[in-house]
Design a protein around this ligand. Sequence first.
Ligand SMILES: [Zn+2]
Length: 217
Amino acid sequence: GGPRLLYALQNSHGFASVSTVLRKQPIPRLLPSIGTPERKEIDSNISSFFAPEIKLAPSYPGCSEPPGNTLMVDGVAIEPKCRFCYRRNAILGLCREHAKHVNTQVNSVESVDLVRSALAETDKDSGTRVCFGTDATVVAVAPFCNEEHYTAIPIVVSPTDKTESAEDFVKWLRVVLEAWKEHPEGEALHGPIWRIASDGDSIFRLAKFILCMTQEI
Ligand SMILES: [Zn+2]
């Protein structure tokens, strides 16, 4: 139904209007990564979703520390197309493996044309080729806690063409773990990461092996 249904209900049943709902109940927005997920994007998502006014920290009576969380990693299919991110004045939707080959900032018609030409590049080994992400890797935090705090909350969404190596995946997954550990609304309020979970995807499995056999998370 969306805003139109709400408008009809506002007139028929006296429901609050969209502007009142948005003013009283801010809806957090997930910032998608433009290239390889960066610390500032992860920090922004932790702030958006885990600030005390958005998500209450779990209570842990009788314990000295908050309960832990699972860091969940999975891929979801996405429509292969570009979009404009007005928050960063940039092009979204390129795969993180190749997005660094172009300037994704939208400064002029020419800058958009350069990205279009790079998408049309057919030489796979060309250092200027980019492609659409066909999958988005989603990293979410889900607490080990009672059902009041059971929801998995995303802190990264990043398009991929699925050519990334496990080693490269581990590099930015380490940044995610570091961000959670150090962000004032991450581990300090909502507890540490106790485990990392993914489906059977071979890259995810190898990445977990590399990560969990070399450092304490
Ligand atoms: Zn690509």
